[in-house]
Design a protein around this ligand. Structure first.
Ligand SMILES: Cc1cc2nc3c(=O)[nH]c(=O)nc-3n(C[C@H](O)[C@H](O)[C@H](O)COP(=O)(O)OP(=O)(O)OC[C@H]3O[C@@H](n4cnc5c(N)ncnc54)[C@H](O)[C@@H]3O)c2cc1C
Length: 502
């Protein structure tokens, strides 16, 4: 049982026989980085620790929810890559990851499937301007441009006009796909605008399969594995009684000339500890670094918080009485310019920006793994914050309008009987989905993830507040493997420190 009522428990850390070498440690946040740090410390006999988690559940941006026949993920969904991916390395032997085997289909608003060659051309275009890929042609044409958005605008029309100069139908469909492709590109970096996405990035992809799914078990499996609840729950680490839910930290007071950090919570309880490991998202830091830390954070950390990018995407899942689509297909929806003009008259509900409805911001829909009655959808870019605030009815009706427009010619579209959706941006414990290299972040020539990860130190050089979390990873930022590696990194920092003292 996780403990969600700290008031029943004395807020003193249990005395230990050798207090000098069993320091009191508070981990803020029970997402993958917090759980990684805690489990590594526990395995190294650092037992005087607690985790304060603001939500009423653990997992952070891993949120696996039972929906339909199995678990779906409203947060992290795929293990991205195999080589040097700590998630893959930890679970590989248990045979829980599956290759995602979907046939990608782009559908036009007249209900016809877009030629596979056109679709592939669009994906190649997006791949070539991706900041983590070095492409000679893109470098030549966009070398002087800072953002993916500028490069996109410069090359898109020219490249498809050249490619299809003798095939007017393919040209028209490609040009109509521009809006969809912009949202597709924005989705992967979870940015609100491609103009804010740097063309140069230190992000590294792990080699191997980039879309390994959990076959209906949920990404939560990695948390269970770290806590040793999976595969054999009899071996679980004694962690549950160290996790305090609904325990939101509001103030972290650290002083160079002290040897303790004082932490205050929303419920007014306080604790004093030797070390804090801070893991909340960059979004949380952006929104509240001024009030969270006393004294104020150093200037370089503030610059990193302000300049590294953090955006959001929107996920929705529908449960239907039965499968009515083709289970092996993943759908992207492209509006013809004529049909796009009609959307607002046909379906005026929901966010509209620059004359465009949120229904132009969908990127893909596909069947959840091992879950034949569930369709998952993704929306991206600037309308996500507003979209999260819409009612279930508007989201459901809008998506039904999409399904009927695009798939109604080939399938009998059924009404869903349940909906579940994400709200990462409007939740103050996240303020978005994951970090990315922004134009501001890059052009200043600084390495912001490293600056985010630097500890705040006491005058004697000992770390007082340590920082973990995906955005502090120098090149895997934005992923679960980054979060776990950084949790281990900060645990190791303390383990190394006390090993020196023995
Ligand atoms: C929609 C979506 C899709 C994604 N897809 C993928 C994917 O396919 N593959 C992948 O590898 N990654 C993916 N990610 C990214 C991945 O989920 C994150 O990188 C990772 O979970 C970050 O872990 P973390 O421990 O750094 O932070 P978090 O998971 O955010 O954990 C931090 C914890 O701190 C808590 N907290 C916040 N403020 C306070 C406070 N004041 N006091 C106490 N606790 C607090 C939060 O509630 C949270 O539980 C996705 C994320 C989202 C949201």
């Amino acid at each position: 049982m996780l403990n969600n009522n700290l008031l029943l428990i004395p807020i003193l850390f249990l005395p230990v026989t050798n207090a000098r070498y069993n320091p009191s440690i508070l981990i803020i946040g029970a997402g993958p980085s917090g759980i990684a740090a805690a489990t590594k410390l526990l395995k190294n006999n650092f037992t005087n620790l607690r985790i304060f988690e603001a939500e009423n559940r653990i997992g952070g941006r891993i949120r696996s929810v039972k929906f339909g026949d199995s678990f779906i993920d409203l947060g992290a969904e795929w293990c991205h890559g195999e080589k040097d991916n700590i998630v893959y390395e930890m679970v590989n032997q248990y045979d829980v990851l599956m290759h995602t085997n979907l046939s990608y289909k782009l559908v036009y608003s007249n209900g016809k499937y877009i030629d596979d060659e056109v679709y592939q051309g669009l994906l190649d275009f997006a791949e070539n301007i991706d900041a983590s890929v070095t492409n000679e042609g893109t470098e030549k044409n966009c070398g002087n441009l800072e953002s993916v958005g500028e490069c996109f605008q410069k090359l898109f029309n020219a490249s498809f006009s050249k490619k299809y100069n003798t095939e007017p139908q393919k040209l028209r469909v490609s040009l109509d796909s521009k809006d969809w492709l912009e949202h597709y590109t924005a989705l992967y970096d979870s940015t609100f605008s491609l103009l804010d996405l740097s063309r140069k990035s230190d992000y590294k992809r792990c080699e191997g399969d980039l879309r390994l799914n959990w076959n209906g078990r949920g990404f939560k499996t990695i948390l269970e594995l770290m806590m040793q609840k999976f595969p054999d729950s009899s071996k679980q680490l004694p962690i549950d009684n160290k996790i305090f839910l609904k325990k939101e930290v509001t103030r972290i007071s650290w002083k160079g000339n002290s040897t303790k950090v004082l932490v205050r919570c929303f419920d007014d309880t306080t604790v004093e500890v030797d070390h804090v490991i801070f893991t909340p998202s960059l979004g949380v830091l952006k929104a509240s670094y001024k009030s969270l830390f006393e004294p104020s954070l150093p200037a370089d950390k503030v610059a990193a918080i302000r300049n590294f990018g953090f955006g959001a995407t929107f996920k929705v899942a529908f449960h239907f009485p039965k499968t009515w689509w083709n289970a092996s297909e993943l759908y992207g929806f492209v509006w013809s310019s004529d049909d796009e003009r009609r959307i607002i008259a046909d379906f005026p509900e929901g966010p509209i920006k620059n004359g465009k409805s949120w229904l132009t911001a969908s990127v893909k829909f596909f069947q959840a793994e091992n879950n034949p009655k569930v369709l998952i959808g993704f929306f991206a870019a600037e309308m996500v914050p507003e979209l999260e605030k819409e009612s279930d009815k508007v989201i459901t009706d809008g998506c039904m309008y999409l399904f009927k427009t695009f798939l109604g010619a080939n399938y009998t579209v059924l009404e869903p009987d349940a909906i579940i959706r994400s709200s990462w941006y409007n939740n103050r414990h996240f303020r978005g989905t994951y970090s990315y290299e922004s134009v501001k972040g890059k052009t200043n020539g600084k390495r912001y993830p490293q600056m985010l990860g630097m500890p705040l130190e006491y005058e004697n050089g000992t770390p007082a507040v340590l920082f973990a979390g995906e955005a502090t990873h120098p090149y895997y930022f934005s992923t679960v493997h980054a979060a776990i590696e950084t949790g281990y990194r900060e645990a190791d920092r303390l383990i190394g420190l006390y090993r020196q003292k023995v």
